[in-house]
Design a protein around this ligand. Structure first.
Ligand SMILES: NC(=O)C1=CN([C@@H]2O[C@H](COP(=O)(O)OP(=O)(O)OC[C@H]3O[C@@H](n4cnc5c(N)ncnc54)[C@H](O)[C@@H]3O)[C@@H](O)[C@H]2O)C=CC1
Ligand SMILES: O=C(O)[C@H]1O[C@H](OP(=O)(O)OP(=O)(O)OC[C@H]2O[C@@H](n3ccc(=O)[nH]c3=O)[C@H](O)[C@@H]2O)[C@H](O)[C@@H](O)[C@@H]1O
Length: 433
């Protein structure tokens, strides 16, 4: 099929490459000239494992092109909208200006029978609004909403082998077009839920709200564990054995960040308020508050471990991205902690295998290095806030030879406390004795 993907960020670049890999003829479109130039040269504009490989194989096949001109979307059978829906500046709702601009830009280029498919995460009601506009401006075209559930770091696999496909459609015709797009996944047995626009939009934000709630739940337990001397990791293991609960997403620590969970729960709450149902989602404000508190908890631990002040202390911050295997620093708890410590007068050296460039653009006041060894050398305190494999694998004895003082805060509860303590380290975790 001929497909356009409007918006080539973390979602769209992977989506476009994966669809080309599946045999479709794809054009990826973005207003960001630098991004498009990089993609054209076969270079992903961000770090995502597996993306360089599918990008180059799709480009070599001649089935994947990139453009900054929306007119190049003309002639496609299916147009995916994958533009950003960030939090509004100064507010909590989703900023729909990019979705609206991409949609309006597409209107003059829609072929007879073509389908616009929304992928971006939007407030419930957006698809119905756009469908009404489409019926007026381009009644020969159709609209579907097909939310995306990929995780950064696993984006390629999640796109090629999704857990489920959700189609929000107004008629069967749109569903059968999407079946053609996703034929490979459907033939592999991927569950497919065909529903209305509102349900599809809600599935997406409900899933993220649930995941966020699970994380804040375990972080709340970790606060109680701290007050009682209990161990939240053992607690998570124990409750996680109950298949109704499950162990995944019960890792207590510095909390969730990124370009999605935080802004999605806020936008969902704002939308519920608009609908006069603010009470129904009031708990998500608590989920958000618990989450944001974890960053402060790590800073407070640092102050405590350093005897009341971080001023002029050399602090090595391990990790700046919101999670490992990504270069994404949007709403990153790790970067927040680093900035806060710096604000308190600490001499922060932040390190990350992939996130330094993005972090520096946002917070140029921090000192950065991509070498963990360099960051650790002479440190009075080590703060692990993103659990990259290389940080989890640090050897306590060898690391002990680099630092000035053997003090470490495990902000992700991933270190073997016994091994580190045996090597003479003072180790503090969140919710661990
Ligand atoms: N990043 C992720 O893991 C996932 C993101 N989502 C959702 O997907 C959407 C996109 O997210 P990301 O890719 O992370 O954002 P992003 O910020 O990385 O990418 C958005 C892209 O859209 C481009 N853009 C903006 N206006 C445009 C226009 N009028 N025409 C063409 N391109 C335009 C921007 O230049 C940017 O490259 C959001 O709604 C997000 O919530 C959903 C699932 C996973
Ligand atoms: O809508 C989106 O964009 C995506 O948001 C999340 O994906 P992502 O943000 O890439 O990353 P996650 O793996 O969900 O992690 C999110 C945050 O939660 C934190 N987390 C995760 C799990 C856990 O147990 N504890 C915890 O603190 C991570 O460190 C990270 O900061 C969802 O998992 C995806 O399904 C969804 O498509």
């Amino acid at each position: 099929m001929r497909i356009s993907v409007i918006g080539c960020g973390y979602l769209g670049a992977v989506h476009a490459s994966a669809l080309a890999e599946l045999g479709h003829d794809v054009v990826g479109i973005d207003v960001d000239e630098r991004k498009i130039a990089a993609l054209r040269a076969g270079r992903p504009p961000f770090f995502e494992p597996g993306l360089p490989e599918i990008l180059s194989s799709a480009a070599a096949s001649g089935r994947l092109r990139f453009s900054t001109d929306i007119a190049d979307a003309a002639g496609a059978d299916v147009h995916f909208l994958a533009v950003g829906t960030p939090q509004t500046i100064g507010g909590t709702s989703a900023d729909l200006r990019y979705v609206d601009a991409a949609f309006e830009g597409l209107l003059p280029h829609l072929a007879e029978g073509s389908l616009i498919v929304g992928k971006s995460t939007v407030p419930v009601g957006t698809a119905a609004r756009l469908a009404a506009r489409l019926a007026k401006e381009a009644p020969h075209a159709n609209l579907a909403w097909n939310p995306e559930f990929l995780r950064e770091g696993f984006a390629v696999k999640d796109t090629l082998e999704p857990d489920r496909l959700v189609y929000g459609v107004a008629d069967e015709r749109a569903a059968s077009v999407l079946d053609q797009v996703y034929r490979a996944a459907i033939e592999a047995g991927t569950p497919r839920i065909v529903t209305d626009y509102a349900t599809a939009e809600l599935v997406k934000v409900a899933a993220n709200a649930f995941l966020a709630t699970k994380i804040s739940f375990i972080n709340a337990m970790s606060e109680i564990a701290d007050a009682t001397g209990a161990d939240v990791t053992a607690l998570a293991d124990a409750i996680g054995h109950d298949v109704r609960i499950g162990r995944r997403f019960l890792n207590a620590g510095v909390g969730f960040g990124g370009g999605c969970l935080p802004k999605d729960i806020r936008a969902f709450t704002a939308r519920a308020e608009e609908l006069g149902r603010g009470d129904s989602l009031a708990f998500l404000k608590e989920v958000d508050a618990i989450n944001m508190r974890q960053r402060q908890r790590v800073v407070d631990l640092a102050i405590d471990v350093l005897g009341g002040s971080v001023f002029r202390k050399k602090v090595a911050v391990l990790g700046v991205t919101f999670k490992p295997d990504s270069d994404d620093v949007r709403d990153s708890p790790a970067l927040d902690v680093a900035v806060h410590l710096k604000g308190l007068g600490a001499e922060v050296v932040a390190t990350d295998p992939e996130g330094v460039e993005n972090a520096r653009m946002r917070h140029p006041q921090l000192d950065y290095t991509t070498s963990a060894r360099e960051a650790l050398t002479g440190a009075d305190l080590v703060v692990l806030v993103t659990e990259w494999r290389e940080y989890r694998a640090l050897d306590p004895i060898e690391t002990g030879r680099l630092v000035a003082e053997r003090r470490i805060i495990d902000g992700r509860n991933v270190l073997d406390l016994h091994a580190w303590r045996a090597a003479g380290w003072q180790v503090r975790g969140l919710g661990r004795p």
